[in-house]
Design a binder for this molecule. Structure first.
Ligand code: CA2
Length: 146
């Protein structure tokens, strides 16, 4: 699970848009859901594009899929998209808010075209739905990888 820029502030600012749960609480929920799905999860957050690129490279050989909320880098980062495309790991893009109900500049995602899917607008539930979708994909669509 990769969390992008500013998501470390979750629960402390703008609860009207992003909800009241902290990042640690979201990670805990993911751990619980991971246990239900018999999936091991490792989580990291960074405010730095290059660190996220490195984390995507490091996933190769260690992890079978990527769940990512790239935050604002969703709408700006060719580097993150290229990194995900390069490692070729099944990737699910998640967002707390519905990016299509917000400003025009949030409507475009560089990641969406290379992701297996996107879940947007369900608050913290987006992460759990994304994890379920990724687990389902890994178990049914590429059984040789699990
Ligand atoms: O809805 C999402 O999950 C976003 O990825 C959140 C990003 C935003 O740039 C994307 O368009 C949609 C922003 C994350 C900022 O997180 C904050 C959390 C608490 C307080 C302030 C910012």
């Amino acid at each position: 699970m990769l969390h992008g820029p500013n998501l470390n502030l979750l629960g402390q600012r703008e609860p009207g848009i992003y909800g009241s749960l902290s990042l640690a609480e979201i990670n805990r929920q993911l751990e619980v859901e991971g246990k239900n799905l018999a999936i091991e999860i490792s989580t990291m957050q960074s405010n730095h594009e290059g660190i996220l690129v490195d984390a995507i490279h490091d996933a190769l050989g260690k992890h079978q899929g990527i769940l990512i909320n790239a935050g604002a880098y969703t709408h700006t980062s060719v580097a993150l998209r290229d990194a995900i495309a390069a490692v070729n790991l099944p990737t699910v893009e998640v967002h707390l808010s519905n990016i299509y109900r917000r400003e025009e500049f949030r409507h475009h995602s560089y990641i969406a075209p290379i992701a297996i899917g996107q879940i947007s607008g369900f608050g913290a539930q987006s992460y759990l739905l994304g994890l379920q979708a990724l687990a389902y994909y890994l178990r049914t669509k590429c059984e040789d990888k699990v």
